[in-house]
Design a protein around this ligand. Sequence first.
Ligand SMILES: CC(C)(COP(=O)(O)OP(=O)(O)OC[C@H]1O[C@@H](n2cnc3c(N)ncnc32)[C@H](O)[C@@H]1OP(=O)(O)O)[C@@H](O)C(=O)NCCC(=O)NCCS
Length: 201
Amino acid sequence: MPLISTRTSRPTDEQEIIEICHLTGDLKIDPYLLALRWCLDYLWHEPENCFVAERCDLEKVVGYIVGTLDTRQQEQRLLSIMLPKARDHWRKLSPKTFSQWRGYLNMRGSFRNTVGSLITEYPAHLHINVHPDFQRTGIGSRLFEAYENNLIQNSVKGYHLGVAGNNQTGISFYEKQGLSKLSQYPRFGKPSVIYYGRKLD
Ligand SMILES: CC(C)(COP(=O)(O)OP(=O)(O)OC[C@H]1O[C@@H](n2cnc3c(N)ncnc32)[C@H](O)[C@@H]1OP(=O)(O)O)[C@@H](O)C(=O)NCCC(=O)NCCS
């Protein structure tokens, strides 16, 4: 197993993060479109709150956590900056792709509207993904430690995350990290989403 180190993100990590996001996600859509929704906002606007795990021998990113300290502010950015970019990007793709993923692009209907009180108590949130070749080797746990330490240094009172109810790997990982299950919401035609979180104060 090569030596792995963790560090805060840099702009040059972007392409490797997009690839890992695509490799580990359920949605097999255009990688850049996927990243506009799930990674790039954090990397562009809060790089100091994002962390990568890197293979020391190759300087290759093998896992990441992207996150925000303030979910409400980040949602505003999604709507005002990232959604228009996602639409522009879509226009370069085929109309078939768009009709298939129109709902996905419609961030205005964000599920977080239903979890407003949760955001007050747990204002930060994150997304974590580790390259399939490096999963279950402790990288996710190390990224989590770096992420949490940063929140504590920034006096953030808590964080949350959402995981699909059929993602047994993610659920097992978050429970192993000692996170509390906060709520669960059914979604029409899809697995429910489960929110986990931790208070830090
Ligand atoms: C979830 C994920 C981030 C965890 O990172 P990781 O580096 O694999 O995790 P670690 O090695 O630090 O921790 C291992 C723990 O995670 C869970 N886990 C990791 N891979 C697993 C797998 N294939 N099957 C079941 N549990 C798994 C287990 O709880 C495991 O503990 P155990 O080995 O004692 O049973 C990573 O597996 C991943 O990227 N998965 C695919 C994408 C994903 O589900 N992301 C979360 C979306 S909300």
